[in-house]
Design a protein around this ligand. Structure first.
Ligand code: ATP
Length: 234
């Protein structure tokens, strides 16, 4: 469904991605893991057109999306839950969700907001509350809800569990599984390697801008190098 081939990207003279290739098959959960600064967020931003690749190609459902504008990439069916949630803190929960539908122009936006409220009843209760007053977990739910408002075929999640209490982390992972089961393909960047590999079908390991390993999530989880570097040796 999504294919990155030999993608090189960065910021000015800083090359963050040194020719990476990655595939996300339709219907799967693919997890991208790696240490801080490895280039995981840059990969997500490059897919979304927020960072322009200097080499390589990105195709989505057979369409070349390399260098396309972000709103057209969203229209094509990819949406991002960014690192740090990026909720609009001075806008209400409801308005944040409306923002997620900015590329749409149909009559079903309100229905989709109701669907988000059904998935996350706490957001319904707080629909008039300002985004900035929500807890971290609620903000993450809002960030996911907002991304779903674009009706993505492929959902990119950048460290959704970051900074959340263990119970909330489990809820978020459950939600990701549900979204996947409902037919949305998922690319997940996570520091929480253990949980990410539990729900993923396939995984890639990125180190200083290069893919060093990929395989079925189960095989990656039991790889000695991964166990040592990301799973505390267990
Ligand atoms: P983290 O988990 O810390 O977000 P990451 O794997 O997502 O790490 P990136 O944020 O993609 O890593 O960063 C990859 C490299 O690009 C790092 O060396 C980082 O310092 C650099 N970098 C990231 N964003 C910028 C930017 N806006 N300007 C310049 N350099 C950047």
């Amino acid at each position: 469904m999504l294919k990155l081939e030999n993608v090189v990207a960065g910021y000015g003279h800083i090359i963050a991605l040194k020719s990476i290739s990655l595939e996300v098959p339709q219907g799967s959960i693919v997890s991208l893991i790696g240490a801080n600064g490895a280039g995981k967020s840059t990969t997500m931003k490059t897919i979304m057109g927020l960072v322009k690749p200097t080499e390589g190609s990105i195709t989505f459902e057979g369409q070349d999306i390399t260098g396309m504008k972000t709103h057209n990439i969203v229209k094509a069916g990819i949406s991002l839950v960014p690192e740090g949630r990026q909720i609009l803190s001075d806008m209400s929960v409801y308005e944040n969700l409306e923002m997620g539908a900015y590329i749409r122009n149909d009559k079903e936006i309100e229905d989709d907001i109701k669907k988000v409220f059904k998935r996350f009843p706490i957001l319904d209760e707080r629909s008039y509350q300002m985004g900035g007053t929500l807890s971290g977990g609620q903000q993450q739910m809002l960030a996911i809800g907002r991304a779903l408002m674009a009706r993505p075929k492929l959902l990119l999640l950048d460290e959704p569990s970051m900074g959340l209490a263990p119970l909330v982390v489990s809820e978020i992972f459950e939600t990701i599984k549900e979204i996947s089961a409902e037919g949305t393909t998922v690319l997940l960047v996570e520091q929480n390697v253990r949980q990410a590999l539990k729900i993923a079908d396939y995984a890639y390991v990125l180190e200083t801008g290069k893919m060093v390993l990929d395989g079925k999530a189960e095989d990656v989880r039991t790889n000695p190098r991964v166990m040592e570097a990301y799973l505390g040796g267990r």
